[in-house]
Design a protein around this ligand. Structure first.
Ligand SMILES: *[C@@H]1O[C@H](CO)[C@@H](O)[C@H](O)[C@H]1NC(C)=O
Ligand SMILES: *[C@@H]1O[C@H](CO)[C@@H](O)[C@H](O)[C@H]1NC(C)=O
Ligand SMILES: *[C@@H]1O[C@H](CO)[C@@H](O)[C@H](O)[C@H]1NC(C)=O
Ligand SMILES: *[C@@H]1O[C@H](CO)[C@@H](O)[C@H](O)[C@H]1NC(C)=O
Ligand SMILES: *[C@@H]1O[C@H](CO)[C@@H](O)[C@H](O)[C@H]1NC(C)=O
Ligand SMILES: *[C@@H]1O[C@H](CO)[C@@H](O)[C@H](O)[C@H]1NC(C)=O
Ligand SMILES: *[C@@H]1O[C@H](CO)[C@@H](O)[C@H](O)[C@H]1NC(C)=O
Ligand SMILES: *[C@@H]1O[C@H](CO)[C@@H](O)[C@H](O)[C@H]1NC(C)=O
Ligand SMILES: *[C@@H]1O[C@H](CO)[C@@H](O)[C@H](O)[C@H]1NC(C)=O
Ligand SMILES: *[C@@H]1O[C@H](CO)[C@@H](O)[C@H](O)[C@H]1NC(C)=O
Length: 295
């Protein structure tokens, strides 16, 4: 097992190195940790002071040991948001979010996600509701935006084959703008009175498109403890490129780094013919030069 793991690790490192065309040392500031479990932590993200660009890019690597002695290592954003992946280009972080539920026996749990400066990608995620006597919406806590959908079905309803979330027992909506903090609310029309034997609870969650395939058995029990990936957009700051470039000391794009803008602000990419980490001095490497290193 240990050998297999270390083989896996080596293989993963090899692949990462070949793909990124830059070693781990070129992805962080000197002396900073690059991995946490199987998640890579490229600068501007980091796990300790001087390793991240500012506190919004601070993540924590936490190892917990279960009662049975099994250790799990997780990268955490904020106080309790697990990070599954960090990408520089496109500037995205994939996090893990809980399922909200509400049951006939008044058992419920409504979740929210708070991202301070970053925002939930409105192009890559969907808001999904599962149930037969349920309506649910999510609310952007920094605006008046609310969006959601409602579901009614019965034990006679014909459900489609697994996969499609098409409005029968499962509905999905996209949302019109980038959301920083959301709050999910679920209600039932009729307290599950008619559907209790096959659908005792309603469920709602935000999830990366394609990460959930509906099946009829989810109506009976879509595990409360299930988590779904959510894609989060980030930017270095909310400035435009020209604003950021006025202050050379805080401007984040280093040599060969090119400034780009998104709705959130600016971020950096390596220029044509270069690959690597545009936020670090000499982080962008000549692609040909790297090919030479690897072959
Ligand atoms: C790197 O990780 C190790 C082990 O978790 C930790 O002891 C060390 O303080 C970390 N270093 C930095 C610079 O964060
Ligand atoms: C998700 O649920 C777990 C277990 O109930 C809880 O410990 C964690 O704080 C929740 N995460 C978020 C982001 O709410
Ligand atoms: C890390 O491992 C988990 C579980 O094996 C997997 O779901 C996830 O996609 C992996 N993440 C990365 C960045 O490879
Ligand atoms: C993590 O993000 C990178 C960069 O976008 C992507 O290539 C990779 O497939 C992602 N990994 C996972 C497990 O999502
Ligand atoms: C829904 O039904 C359950 C079980 O019959 C009952 O305990 C609960 O109070 C009801 N809730 C509402 C809001 O009527
Ligand atoms: C509520 O759901 C949780 C999670 O499934 C479960 O542990 C708990 O016993 C339930 N409570 C009631 C009153 O049904
Ligand atoms: C559907 O539910 C109704 C009312 O609860 C019940 O009378 C009927 O037998 C159920 N039909 C099936 C096929 O389970
Ligand atoms: C979430 O939204 C509901 C309904 O809009 C509200 O009652 C509740 O206070 C909100 N919760 C938080 C933590 O903002
Ligand atoms: C959903 O179904 C499609 C098509 O069958 C499959 O390619 C995909 O991997 C499934 N996704 C999940 C999360 O199970
Ligand atoms: C940009 O960010 C700064 C500092 O985080 C904040 O004070 C300011 O209100 C933000 N401006 C906009 C337009 O969001």
């Amino acid at each position: 097992m240990g050998l297999l793991n270390s083989l896996h690790l080596k293989l993963a490192l090899l692949v990462t190195t070949a793909v990124a065309a830059a070693g781990a040392e070129a992805q962080t500031k000197p002396g900073c940790n690059y991995t946490c479990g199987n998640v890579s932590i490229p600068y501007p993200f980091g796990t300790s002071e001087n390793c991240y660009i500012d506190e919004f890019f601070s993540v924590n690597c936490i190892t917990t040991t279960s009662p049975s002695g099994e250790a799990t290592t997780q990268l955490i954003y904020g106080s309790n948001i697990p990070v599954l992946n960090i990408s520089l280009d496109p500037p995205e972080v994939t996090v893990s979010a809980n399922v909200s539920y509400h049951c006939y026996n008044s058992n419920y749990s409504y979740h929210r996600l708070e991202l301070s400066k970053f925002s939930i990608s409105n192009t890559e995620n969907r808001f999904t509701v599962v149930g037969c006597d349920t309506y649910a919406y999510f609310r952007d806590r920094s605006s008046t935006l609310r969006t959601g959908c409602s579901l009614s079905c019965g034990n006679e309803t014909r459900f489609e084959e697994a996969g499609a979330c098409s409005g029968v027992g499962c509905c999905q909506t996209s949302f019109p703008q980038a959301i920083r903090n959301y709050n999910i609310t679920l209600e039932s029309f009729n307290n599950y009175t008619e559907v209790r034997d096959f659908n005792p609870c309603g469920y709602a969650f935000v999830a990366k498109e394609g990460s959930f395939n509906f099946s009829k058995r989810d109506l009976r029990d879509l595990s409360n403890t299930r988590q779904f990936p959510v894609v989060v957009d980030w930017a270095v700051s909310n400035q435009t490129c020209s604003e950021a470039q006025k202050d050379a000391r805080s401007y984040a794009c280093k040599q060969k780094g090119i400034c780009k803008e998104s709705l959130l602000g600016y971020y950096c990419v390596c220029g044509d013919g270069f690959r690597g980490n545009p936020y670090l001095d000499t982080g962008c490497k000549d692609i040909n030069e790297c090919d030479g290193d690897n072959r």
